[in-house]
Design a protein around this ligand. Structure first.
Ligand code: 4NP
Length: 148
């Protein structure tokens, strides 16, 4: 799961998907395309909306996306088109690039809708982001765990 800062959107996406898959079978992680917040905990507003929904993301620490992530992950879900462009620029071949997907295309195929950056917005932004990511992660988890 990749966003810009790895403190608002992608930590939520990581926590939500982890809550829906078997951790013995599926490894989920997140990263940012920017380095501003490396080493930081998620934004308190993301921690709060996750908590309300029974998910603890408070122990996560931000890191920057790196090219070796293409080796370590089969799927790379990005939150917006800027993340998509920056991650794809680092792809070494078509196989790497094919791993990169806009996460909301899971629920709105082909529409290239972005997860809005809630960093400068109010609390509703985080609730809205949580709900979008929850829907998308349900679809992703159903694909990853076809037998539940
Ligand atoms: P995120 O949100 O990409 O969802 O983690 C942001 C967090 C911090 C900044 C931008 C977006 N920032 O510019 O510091």
């Amino acid at each position: 799961m990749v966003c810009l800062g790895n403190i608002c959107r992608s930590p939520l996406a990581e926590g939500i998907l982890k809550s829906k898959v078997n951790s013995k079978e599926v490894f989920v992680d997140s990263a940012g395309t920017g380095a501003y917040h490396v080493g930081n905990r998620p934004d308190l507003r993301s921690i709060a909306i996750a908590n309300i929904n029974g998910i603890d993301i408070s122990k996560q620490k931000a890191r920057k996306f790196e090219v070796t992530d293409f080796d370590d992950f089969d799927l790379i879900y990005v939150m917006d088109r800027s993340n998509y462009r920056i991650v794809c620029e680092q792809a070494r071949n078509e196989n790497d690039k094919a791993k990169v997907k806009l996460i909301l295309n899971e629920i709105m195929p082909g529409e290239d809708v972005e997860v809005p950056d809630p960093y400068y917005g109010g609390e509703y932004g985080f609730k809205n982001v949580f709900n979008m990511l929850d829907e998308a992660c349900t679809v992703i988890s159903n694909k990853l765990n076809p037998n539940g």
